[in-house]
Design a protein around this ligand. Structure first.
Ligand code: 5GP
Length: 204
């Protein structure tokens, strides 16, 4: 029997550098898997189906929803997003930790369904930097950018729903912080005791 992996949720407004941070974290840690979400939004330049997202038509998404294939789902900026259930459960059982990069609506659904989830919130170094990062992303219309700035500020208000703040001023520092959290959480008695007691054959 191996110890079950850790389920983690990582959220944070667009413009926090969350995507780059997650990529860096995964590259350094082969015991952490990213859950690839399904979405009905159009792919951005460079995005690949099955890698960044599973890009679905609305009817396909709704059918999967009806079949109970999502762990959680939400409508964000007019599109649907959902976490495929099978992959997450499979990886956790194999002892892999799984990261869900989802918004607050989805995060709250996960909190209801699973007891032992770790919630990480990525925060930009300053308001000015947040504005700069949203602007320089450059793939959106003015109206979409304004919408993202407003919702970024709304999202930051939800910080209190999370367990850890990840200040993303330096990517290496932020990555190390997440790695330390994973190690500490996996070593916590509440999470690991049944594994150790079984290993030494002393029952529970
Ligand atoms: P984007 O379209 O910029 O990739 O993502 C927009 C928002 O949707 C982000 O806040 C992202 O975290 C969220 N998101 C991505 N995948 C999922 C998902 O599977 N479920 C939920 N609830 N939110 C998601």
């Amino acid at each position: 029997m191996n110890q079950k992996g850790l389920l983690m949720v990582i959220s944070g407004p667009s413009g926090t550098g969350k995507g780059t941070l997650v990529k860096h974290l995964l590259k350094r840690n082969n015991r952490i898997q990213l859950s690839v979400s399904a979405t009905t939004r159009n792919p951005r330049p460079g995005e690949v189906d099955g890698v960044n997202y599973f890009f679905l038509k609305e009817a396909e998404f709704k059918e999967k929803l009806a079949q109970d294939e999502f762990l959680e789902h939400a409508e964000v900026y007019g599109n649907y997003y959902g976490t495929p259930k099978a992959f997450v459960e499979d990886q956790l059982n194999k002892g892999q930790s799984v990261l869900l990069e989802i918004d607050i609506v989805g995060a709250l659904q996960i909190r209801e369904k699973f007891e032992e989830v770790v919630f990480l919130f990525v925060i930009p170094p300053s308001l000015k930097e947040l504005q700069r990062r949203i602007k320089t992303r450059g793939t959106e219309t003015q109206e979409q950018m304004a919408k993202r700035m407003d919702s970024a500020l709304e999202e930051i208000k939800e910080l209190k729903q999370y367990d850890y703040v990840i200040l993303n001023d330096q990517i290496h520092k932020a990555t190390r912080l997440i790695e330390s959290i994973v190690e500490a959480e996996l070593a916590s008695v509440k999470r690991s005791q049944s594994y150790w007691l079984d290993l030494f054959g002393v029952g529970r």
